[in-house]
Every structure is written in C-alpha cells, then in structure tokens.
Design a protein around this ligand. Sequence first.
Ligand SMILES: Cc1cc2nc3c(=O)[nH]c(=O)nc-3n(C[C@H](O)[C@H](O)[C@H](O)COP(=O)(O)OP(=O)(O)OC[C@H]3O[C@@H](n4cnc5c(N)ncnc54)[C@H](O)[C@@H]3O)c2cc1C
Length: 400
Amino acid sequence: MRFDTIIIGGGLSGLTAGLRLQKAGQKTAIISAGQNALHFSSGVFGVLKEDSVIPEGHPYTHLPLEKYLEEVKPFFLDAGIRLGGDPLKNGWRLTPSGTMQEGRFSLEEATLFSAPDEFKATKALIVNIPGFLDFNTAFLADGLAKRGIPARVACLDVPELTSLRTSPSEMRSVNISRVADSVSGKVAEAVKALLKDEDLVILPQVFGLQDAGIPARIAEAIPSRVLFIGTMPPSVPGIRTQLLLKRAYERAGGTFLMGDEAIAPVMDETRVKALRTVNLGEQLLQADHYILASGSFFSKGLASSMQKIYEPLFGLDVEFPDERTQWYDLDFFAPQAYGGFGVVTDEKFRALKAGRVMENLYVAGSVLARTYGQQLGCGGGVAILTALATADNIMEAQRV
Ligand SMILES: Cc1cc2nc3c(=O)[nH]c(=O)nc-3n(C[C@H](O)[C@H](O)[C@H](O)COP(=O)(O)OP(=O)(O)OC[C@H]3O[C@@H](n4cnc5c(N)ncnc54)[C@H](O)[C@@H]3O)c2cc1C
C-alpha cells in the first residue's frame, strides 16, 4: 500500500498531523497501537507556563508560535471540538485535589479561570455518583477547605445510575457516561434537589461522551455555578476528543489502522523506505514521508534499559544524560528529568539518526526531546503545535 505520508501513533499529535495533511489533499494513513495520553486527559491542554521563557532547544523554538496558537481553536472547531481559553495567555483550572493549575486550551466541560484567585465560592456542594470511586470527593473537599471554601459531599439519587452498581466493573467514567447522558435531565433535577445554600456545585467529568453539549445543558438547569472536575482515567472529555478527531480524519479520507503497530522499518542512512505492521504481516506500507508521533515512555514511543533511553522503532538519536542518577529525582514529586528526554530533530522536526538528518522522517508530540510535560505544563500544546508544524513542513517539502 502506498501513501503520501504514514503517521505512527494515533494520539493527539498523530491525529492532528493526519487531519492537517488530509485537508491539504494528501493521502495518509495513521497506525495506532492503542491507548494514548488523551485517555488520561485532565480536559485542559497546556502550552507553556506563563512565567517560563522558552528554553533553548525546546520544540517551540522552531515555531512561529503565535501563528500556530491562533490556528488551534478554528482547527479543532472544524473537527467538532469547541475549545475554550485564550490562545495567547494561560488560564487556571481547579484540579481534583482542589489546587489551581495552569493550562491554555480547555475542552468543553472544563473551566479555565483567568487568574487563580478568580475562582471564588462561599460554599460548595460536591456531587458524586453512588459507588463511583474514581472521583475522590474527600480529597477535593479537603483541598477546597484549604482555600477557605467549606464543601459538603452528596450522592446523586438517579435510579438508572444507582443500578450500575450491581456490577462494580461498570463503575468507570465511560460506562457511567453512557447511562448518564441518556438521563441528563434527571441528573440536573437530582442535583437541584440536593442543593441547599451552596453557590458552587462540583460534578465529576463523566457526562457527554458522545455529545459535548450535555455538560453545559446540565449546568444551565442548575441555579448555582457548576464546575466539572477530572476523574481518574479513562477521561470522558479526552476520549470524546479522540473520537471526534478520528471521525474528522476519516471523513477527510484518512486511513486509520486501529489497534495495529508499526514494526520493521526498511531504511537507508537518511530515508525511510517502507514499514510493516503487526496486523498486515508481510505487506509493505510505503510513503514519501513519515511522521513519528508515538508518544513518550507511557505510550512506548520511548523505552529504557539500565544503560540507555532509546526510541524502539527506528533507533533514532535520543537526548539523555549518560549518568543514570541524572535521569530521575528520588523525590517522587520533584520535576523528573526523564520527562524531557526524547528524539532529537533539526529545525524542520526531521529526526536525527547517528547524527544525520532523516530526510523524510518527521517527529511530533511527546516523543520529541525537551517537551517536559510536567515542569512546563506544555504536553498537549507540544503535541498540537508540533503536529501542525510537521504537517506544514511536509507540505512545503512536497512543493519543492
Ligand atoms: C497520563 C498522562 C496524562 C496527560 N494529561 C495531559 C493533560 O491533561 N493535558 C496536557 O496538556 N498534557 C497531558 N499529558 C501530556 C501528553 O503527553 C500530551 O498531552 C499529548 O496528549 C501527547 O500526545 P502524543 O500524540 O504525542 O502521544 P500519545 O498520546 O502518547 O500517543 C502516542 C500513540 O502512539 C502509539 N504508538 C506508539 N508506538 C507505536 C507503534 N510502533 N505503532 C503504532 N502506534 C504506536 C501509542 O500506542 C499511542 O496511542 C499527559 C501525559 C500522560 C502520560
């Protein structure tokens, strides 16, 4: 099979790049091995922390950053994803532990405040689904108390949701959403019945798997302000985003090889010529260009042994210190150096292998070096912006 571009990885970066290229008229395929970081999304994408200067070598140093930031919202809207947030300025979200965290673009049900102290309430009502353990209400109430907001915890009384408890394995966010969405009117009524004098209601992000408008409709029916807060994975807004991006990509004519894994690339010193996948066996997939969007350690885009950090598919150059003790900090909560390890590229995001530029292999997203998800709060932003850039660089290379 022959394509203009083959993309390895169907997470936020792979789908963004694929959709961009399909819209530009290319014939592309995405090979997607499995779960990706969107399934764990908080509902907010980071770009860079407000006070951080772009560090030398960071992927953003190769980008017309403002241009791409302005393009993000319309690009996603085209795929049916309405993003909130100011493209050029960070906002703040309330986390499941009651702290405030920076972020740039919010998915439909997530709220970004323009400053941490803009989030105010006198009293809060935290509402959970009976038996749902992936939303830690005590933790959240504790965090709110530290902010001077007393919170009461209560459970929804909606028979359709309560009956889910008969099978404990059903009590996951996505299964709850399937039922809750069909009774969203009853959910709003049940919340209203619980409400006393609280000016803030907090609900878990378990609504709107197929219809992003449902959380807003629930909020409108409740007289106090409503915030939807992230749960333990799977993330309902993240999975919905992936479904919408994948749908838009396929509608644009893209080929999405779901549950397949890219293996055994055929390459010379500077070019990838073909690769195989686990499901397609001996059949070769060929393209003019390739994009590696295989994620970081979590998605197996990067791997490690006792001696080294490596990129397992192509054996690309990876940046990491030789001294193993510099890979991590024993303080679990400290920023971890390994968050910045990844594949090294030139300014066009073309991978380096043994110090040489791979002319037709581009890299996007969290497999790139220096993305530092946690420290800089920029994970989702790196994925989106570098994907747009790699797609544009490929289109430019095609024109030359
Ligand atoms: C648990 C977790 C939660 C996060 N939450 C947030 C958040 O809330 N906000 C934020 O801004 N950032 C978050 N991040 C940072 C995150 O890295 C980015 O937001 C972004 O989603 C990464 O997208 P990606 O496409 O680069 O990689 P991924 O989402 O990791 O996707 C890579 C995909 O490539 C596939 N793959 C790997 N190898 C192959 C192969 N050989 N063949 C085929 N497919 C392959 C993997 O299976 C995976 O599906 C989070 C990261 C993690 C790990």
